[in-house]
Design a protein around this ligand. Structure first.
Ligand SMILES: N=c1c2ncn([C@@H]3O[C@H](COP(=O)(O)OP(=O)(O)OP(=O)(O)O)[C@@H](O)[C@H]3O)c2ncn1[C@@H]1O[C@H](COP(=O)(O)O)[C@@H](O)[C@H]1O
Length: 134
């Protein structure tokens, strides 16, 4: 899946400078981050509604729209797909699954995975201040 997203991201970057009259992506860039955010939020809500209604095909279609609008927002924010994959790998090493770190400091599992054991101590970010683990 990450290959598809990376190809889409490159296509979005390439479309950024096209004619907004013919390119939706160029039009989104022309209208700016608030329009991109609005479209992304709309797609997220459409996915939620379709999922609650049990419309699997619609969830698939709207999820593709959601991922498209997410890559447009990434491009606008200067975020690359590999930046997100790196963060997901960091969480996977920390927690065993790619999940958001808890807000409050957590007790790391006693037996860290070999990859975690070889790594520098993980620093859980709280708000904007990174706190060193002892
Ligand atoms: N992957 C996508 C893609 N996925 C979804 N969409 C568009 O996103 C829209 C989904 O949002 P909506 O449901 O809000 O559709 P809408 O109601 O018509 O949108 P609005 O009228 O509300 O703006 C669809 O109409 C699709 O046209 C996409 N538009 C473009 N791409 C790719 O982006 C690249 C650049 O394409 P252009 O933007 O056409 O240059 C190409 O690789 C395209 O394949």
């Amino acid at each position: 899946m990450s290959d598809s997203l990376e190809r889409l991201y490159l296509a979005v970057l390439a479309a950024r400078d096209l004619d907004p009259a013919t390119s939706r992506t160029a039009r989104l860039f022309q209208r700016g981050p608030s329009k991109m955010a609005k479209k992304l939020a709309e797609e997220a809500i459409e996915v939620v509604i379709d999922a609650v209604n049990g419309d699997t095909d619609a969830v698939i279609r709207e999820s593709a729209d959601l991922l498209y609008n997410l890559t447009v927002l990434w491009a606008s924010a200067g975020v690359r797909p590999e930046d997100v994959w790196r963060e997901m790998t960091r969480r996977e090493d920390m927690l065993g699954i790619a999940e958001k770190l808890p807000k409050s400091p957590m007790k790391l599992p006693k037996v860290a995975s070999p990859r975690v054991a070889a790594r520098r101590p993980i620093v859980a970010l709280e708000g904007r201040a990174a706190r060193k683990r002892h």
